[in-house]
Write a protein that binds this ligand. Structure first.
Ligand code: ATP
Ligand code: MG
Length: 211
């Protein structure tokens, strides 16, 4: 279980701050919605460690995450776009999810991950030549190899057409369940939330409310 308890933060120059409390279960997609500027990305940045809360707690299965730097947190982050290095091939982008010393089995792991997200034949293609949906799947495949138990998704489907979005969200739901990830999904698409989320919070006036 990933839990935040009264995690407080105020952006520089802002008068109103945030106080976030939530609980996210493993294997479940927890959706976060709220108006533009309500603090959704701020919440993900706090969980990822890019921002430091002034007080409160953030705990994963009994482990305090707040002292850990971003690179030491058990967290992967997927944005709306621009998750890949354009000049690298699909499989080299996925390879970045593996430790440097992954060794001989790496090729197979990469190819398995690409297959698991529904991509097979694009391995050698440069990232900049992939479609938006293919790029998001490559980024998901990298996330798979990173094998971090917390997955943060900031509007990951919003640049995709309806059909691709529906296929992608199904993949995210399946991977979350199969790997027991704690997935936090920021989305303003209520149909994505209805189809995917086991729990739904809305940010209002700096707080997370059950929606
Ligand atoms: N680094 C920063 N310094 C000061 N204020 C910031 C900073 N980053 C974000 N803000 C402000 O904090 C508020 C919340 O921003 P945030 O990016 O979390 O919103 P959001 O809910 O993700 O919005 P959107 O749906 O448009 O992505 C906004 O008013 C924004 O201007
Ligand atoms: Mg945002």
């Amino acid at each position: 279980m990933l839990t935040a308890d009264r995690m407080r933060f105020v952006h520089e120059g802002q008068s109103e701050g945030y106080e976030f409390s939530f609980a996210a279960e493993p294997g479940v997609v927890t959706a976060i919605s709220g108006a533009s500027g309500s603090g959704k990305s701020t919440l993900l940045d706090l969980v990822a460690g890019f921002l430091k809360p002034m007080s409160g707690s953030l705990v994963l299965d009994g482990v305090d995450l707040l002292p850990l730097p971003p690179e030491g947190r058990p967290v992967s982050l997927l944005l709306q776009a621009d998750n890949l290095f354009d000049h690298l091939s699909a499989d080299d982008n996925v390879r970045l999810g593996l430790p440097r010393n992954a060794g001989q089995g790496a090729g197979q792991l990469i190819s398995n991950a690409l297959t698991e997200v529904g991509l097979g034949r694009v391995e050698k293609q440069l990232a900049r030549t992939l479609s938006g949906g293919q790029k998001q799947r490559v980024a998901l495949a990298r996330t798979l190899l990173r094998a971090r138990p917390v997955l943060l998704l900031d509007e990951p489907f919003s640049a995709l057409d309806d059909e691709t979005r529906i296929a992608m969200r199904q993949t995210v739901g399946e991977l979350t369940q199969r790997h027991g990830w704690h997935t936090l999904l920021v989305s303003h698409h209520l149909d994505d939330i209805a189809a995917l989320a086991g729990r739904h919070y809305r940010i209002e006036q700096g707080k997370l409310l059950p929606a």
